[in-house]
Structure formats: structure tokens, C-alpha cells
Write a protein that binds this ligand. Sequence first.
Ligand SMILES: *[C@@H]1O[C@H](CO)[C@@H](O)[C@H](O)[C@H]1NC(C)=O
Ligand SMILES: *[C@@H]1O[C@H](CO)[C@@H](O)[C@H](O)[C@H]1NC(C)=O
Ligand SMILES: *[C@@H]1O[C@H](CO)[C@@H](O)[C@H](O)[C@H]1NC(C)=O
Ligand SMILES: *[C@@H]1O[C@H](CO)[C@@H](O)[C@H](O)[C@H]1NC(C)=O
Ligand SMILES: *[C@@H]1O[C@H](CO)[C@@H](O)[C@H](O)[C@H]1NC(C)=O
Ligand SMILES: *[C@@H]1O[C@H](CO)[C@@H](O)[C@H](O)[C@H]1NC(C)=O
Length: 403
Amino acid sequence: MCTCREARWGWGPCATSPMLLLSLLLSTAPSGLQGEETRKVSLDVPDWLGSPQNLLHIQAVGTNSTLHYVWSTLGTPAVVLVATNTSHSVLSINWTRLLSPEPDGALMVLPKDSIQFSSALIFTRLLEFDSTSDAAAKPPGKPYPPYSLAEFSWNNITDSLHLDALSATFQGHPKDDPRGAFANGSLAFRVQAFAGSGRPAQPPRLLHTADTCQLEVALVGALPRGNRSLFGIEVATLQQDLGCPMIQEQHSIDDEYAPAVFQLDQLLWGSLPSGFAQWRPVAFSQEQAGRASSLSCQASPLHPTWAHSLPQSSVVQAFFGPQQNYCTFSLTFGTSTGPGYWDQHYLSWSMLLGVGPPPVDALSPLILVIMAVALGTPGLMLLGGGMVLLLRRKRSSEYQSIN
Ligand SMILES: *[C@@H]1O[C@H](CO)[C@@H](O)[C@H](O)[C@H]1NC(C)=O
Ligand SMILES: *[C@@H]1O[C@H](CO)[C@@H](O)[C@H](O)[C@H]1NC(C)=O
Ligand SMILES: *[C@@H]1O[C@H](CO)[C@@H](O)[C@H](O)[C@H]1NC(C)=O
Ligand SMILES: *[C@@H]1O[C@H](CO)[C@@H](O)[C@H](O)[C@H]1NC(C)=O
Ligand SMILES: *[C@@H]1O[C@H](CO)[C@@H](O)[C@H](O)[C@H]1NC(C)=O
Ligand SMILES: *[C@@H]1O[C@H](CO)[C@@H](O)[C@H](O)[C@H]1NC(C)=O
């Protein structure tokens, strides 16, 4: 729709065209959410033979549905999301099978016929590019060998599990790190669940509901291989009947919650109600997230990928079986002209994952006030003119009826 790549960073004419304004006004009507307003959310790290494993089960129970999010770093980091139409569905794990080389069938949500939707996201590789090489080279630059996230060792998830805050963090570094790049660094996947709707305090302040989970990916303190390294992450999902899901771009004139970002990207699995992943195309190069530290985030289209060329996730194989077709895409953060990871050796990006229709941002109160003021004067004149006409007509009809 919008061909101005730069302009999505704000300030451009793209964000404020009248047609866009009109389409926004028409599309921001509140959508009847089929999900539930609030859920009873619990986090659990199931243990096996008395020792907790790196598997986090988030269960969100509503009046007549339950959502299960199974996050794990067994194999490569991944999440399996399952929606059921009963408040009584349960996750069943066969640990001997899950921890074996052939985990098929080790993970089930029961009863099976209550499952309405299931899919998965798999985080396969950390990408790094040399953005200084050859200005003519196509962005993001010359790739360095990627870090396979299946070759990472991960912290003990129980140490970062906050049952009250509904959050937990998987933190990892490469098992084999000859350069010592991760000697003081780590890659972290911070998972946050919600019992109701709202917005976090930190940009990009994505609107969340009880049907969603937030994931924040942070690369902190790792030594880059080049002076101006750009980082990225490769993500895989399961192919649907109709092939790979698409990434949609939505535009907005409203940047109150994510400064200067007028776009929302979302990946939809099949027709509604299904599942979605949603993010603002922005990352941050400082812990203090704000306009000054914001980086662009480019998503490639999804393309079919052979399973054997991808690092595998045990939970995904365990739930869906081995014979799956995958689609992958990559997200790259920043441009060679900076700001960048090199500023503070810090990079963070977040996304929302959920089932049902994705949350829709209504125009923020600030924008509504601005529009009311901008439209106010002509609007009042139009209204006034209409009233005068109406009164005149009424009067003349009164006269007629008297005659
Ligand atoms: C993780 O930490 C918990 C307590 O903090 C401990 O009981 C458990 O054995 C640890 N698990 C592993 C795999 O080290
Ligand atoms: C789910 O529960 C809500 C209210 O608790 C009810 O209005 C709705 O009809 C129920 N849906 C189904 C499919 O049972
Ligand atoms: C779990 O899996 C193992 C290995 O496949 C199998 O022998 C065992 O019977 C399973 N346990 C249950 C309770 O199904
Ligand atoms: C849940 O969905 C299944 C079909 O997917 C249906 O057979 C079952 O009746 C539904 N249960 C409820 C409680 O709506
Ligand atoms: C890691 O941090 C320590 C202390 O802050 C420092 O001495 C060391 O040089 C750092 N190592 C790397 C590889 O940056
Ligand atoms: C990185 O920058 C330093 C100093 O700015 C320079 O000496 C070095 O050659 C650069 N390295 C690369 C790989 O460009």
C-alpha cells in the first residue's frame, strides 16, 4: 500500500494521506472480540523425576475455553500454542519420550476433540550481517555464519519464573564459543502472560488481551563480529493447508504508544478465528526504549523451508509429529546508518502472540482530540448550515400546513 519505506519512520507524507485517514476512521470501529475479557492464567514449569526441565506451560482458562502456550528451549527455542473450547483441557507430557531423540506424540492437549486451533513459532537462528561491506551490496549486508539456537545452552527457567508477574525468561549463550563473543553476553527470550487487557509501560506498548502472550527478545553484551554488525533472527512456523501464512502490514496515523512508528505487522495463520503474531516494526538499542534508541525492523516474506535444514524443536515435534512442512522468515534490526547494536551492545524487540482476532488499536484519546480540533471549525460550520436549512424547511412547511 505504502511505497515509502523511509516514511514509515514518521515525518513523511505517507503517514498522513487523506485516504489513509479515511480508511483508518472506517477501520477502527471496535471489533467484537471473540476471545474472553479475563482469564485465570497460571505458569507452570513441570518437573521430571523431581527436576524441572526447560519447559514453561502457560495455561489461560476462560469460562468456556482454555489456551495453552508451551514455551521450551528443548532443542531450539519455540512455542506451541493450542486453543480449546473447554475450560477443562489439560496438557499431558510423556517425559521419557519428550527427552528422547524421537519425541513424536510426547506432548498432547486432552481432550483432543476440544482443540480448535494449534500452531507454533520456532526461533531457529541468530543472524549477523556486516553492513559496512560494499555499499552496493544489498542490505542488510554480508551475512556472517549464523548462530544456531539449538546449539545454545539455556539457564534454568525456574530461576526467572515470576508467578505473580506471569513472566519467565529463557537466557542462553552458545555452548561452543571459541571467540568468547558471549563471555559477557546473552540472548534472552522473556515471556509475559496477561490475565486481562492493557498495555505495558515500555514502548512499543502493544495492546494486549487475556488471549495473548508477549515475547521480548533481547541480545545484550555479546561482541559483534564487525564494527557495524546488524543482527536478525530467523523464525519458522508450520505450513498451513494453503501454504505459508502472510505478513500483513497495517498503517496507522497514531503513534502515541510507539513514537514515530506508524505500522503494525501481523502474521495470521489461516482464516479467523485462528492465531496471530503481531509486532511494531521497531526495535530498541538501549534499555531505555524511546524514539532516540529506535531501530527499524524489516521482515522478509515467508517461504517454504525443508524441515531437515532447520534446527528442530522438541516440543514442536512432540506435538505435531515429524512430518511437518515449515515456512521461515527473518527479521533484521536496524540499518548501517544507525543507531545500532554497536552503541551499547543492546538490542530488544517484542511481539505479541495470540489466538482469535488480533487486538485492534482504537485511535488514542490524544489523536481524537487533535482530530476534533482540526475538524472542529469546518465541522461546526457544516452543522450550523444544516440546522439553518432544516429550520427554514420546517418553517415553510408550517406555513404551508396553515394555508
Ligand atoms: C533449577 O533450579 C531449581 C531450583 O532453583 C532446582 O531445583 C533444579 O534442580 C534446577 N534444575 C536444573 C536442571 O538444574
Ligand atoms: C461462552 O461463555 C459466554 C459467557 O460466559 C457465553 O455468552 C457464550 O455463549 C459461550 N459460548 C459458547 C460457545 O458456549
Ligand atoms: C511414554 O513413552 C515411552 C516411550 O515411547 C513409552 O514406553 C511409555 O509407555 C509412554 N508412557 C505413557 C504413560 O504413555
Ligand atoms: C468443541 O468442539 C468440538 C469440535 O471441534 C465439538 O464436537 C464440541 O461439541 C465442542 N465442545 C463445546 C463444549 O462446545
Ligand atoms: C567481560 O567482563 C569482564 C569484567 O567486566 C572483562 O574483564 C572482560 O574483558 C569481558 N570480556 C569480554 C570478552 O568482553
Ligand atoms: C573497525 O574499526 C577500527 C577503528 O575504528 C578499525 O581499525 C578496524 O579496521 C575496523 N574493523 C573492520 C573489520 O572494519
